[in-house]
Write a protein of this length. Structure first.
Length: 267
């Protein structure tokens, strides 16, 4: 796939990753590329945010994939960088790593090998986590006298509850891929040789759905995660009513009645 060309001068030289676009498949790949452990630098965190924001505005792209070069997704952040960073920089860590969740488009992450610290937190901010059976997930910050600082413990607690989150965070415990699947941390667990194929298959499946409905569903689910049931149902009704007016919904109904595949256009 060709490399993505960014107009923003802050992205003229990407630190520790690259971006490729497959326009015919409406797909952009963010590829961590600092092997063997793909350690994430402070600059890289801010650049990742800018990249997600840029790709979110690109009409050629429907799905964003985050993956990595080599045997490990990421062993975490550059520890020395924390001691050198200003308080202002540190205060933005969680906001930067949350950019996949804020992105309107679906974000798929492919995890293999080590997925520790900020690598795990970045994955947790994505919508779909496909894990190789070699993957191990951990938040090891307690071993450094710290706690997760980019949303890791907060997102995990929403996903798996306080008991299991304490087991991971307070013991710096490594969770293998199959256990992560059982606990609801990952979407799917596959053999290592099948990771790319499983990721491709999910991307192609997601492209078959109506863009407006897909993005509305993501935002609704994210926005109502902390709401009461009554508020969530109320917001769901408003979103449903708005989509009722879309051309894609009309096309979906007509295609269903005609027993043919729909042709969604995102309007």
């Amino acid at each position: 796939m060709p490399s993505y060309a960014f107009a923003d001068h802050r992205l003229s030289k990407l630190d520790g990753f690259q971006v490729e676009i497959d326009e015919p498949r409406e797909r952009a790949d963010i590829i961590l590329n600092r092997p063997p452990f793909n350690i994430v630098s402070m600059l890289q965190r801010d650049q990742l945010r800018l990249v997600f924001e840029t790709l979110d505005q690109d009409d050629r792209i429907r799905i964003i994939v985050v993956r990595a070069v080599g045997e490990h997704f990421s062993s975490g952040g550059n520890i020395g960088g924390f001691m050198e960073a200003t308080p202002e920089t540190v205060s933005k860590l969680a906001w930067n790593i949350a950019s996949p969740a804020r992105c309107a488009k679906p974000v798929v992450v492919a995890n293999r090998g080590y997925c520790f610290g900020v690598g795990f937190e970045l994955s947790l901010a994505c919508d779909f986590r496909i894990a190789s059976d070699t993957a191990q997930f951990a938040l090891p910050e307690q071993k450094l006298g710290q706690i997760p600082g980019s949303g890791g413990s907060a997102r995990l607690q929403k996903m798996i509850g306080i008991t299991r989150t304490k087991d991971i965070v307070m013991r710096s415990k490594r969770i293998p891929a199959r256990q992560a699947l059982e606990w609801g941390i990952v979407t799917e667990c596959v053999a290592d040789k099948d990771l790319e194929a499983a990721t491709d298959k999910l991307v192609d499946e997601l492209r078959t759905f109506a863009p407006l409905a897909q993005r509305t569903a993501k935002k609704l689910l994210n926005d109502t995660e902390d709401s009461t049931l009554s508020i969530a149902i109320e917001l769901e009704g408003h979103c449903y009513s708005r989509l009722r007016q879309s051309e894609d919904f009309k096309e979906g109904v007509e295609a269903f009645n005609a027993k043919r595949p729909p042709k969604f256009i995102g309007r």
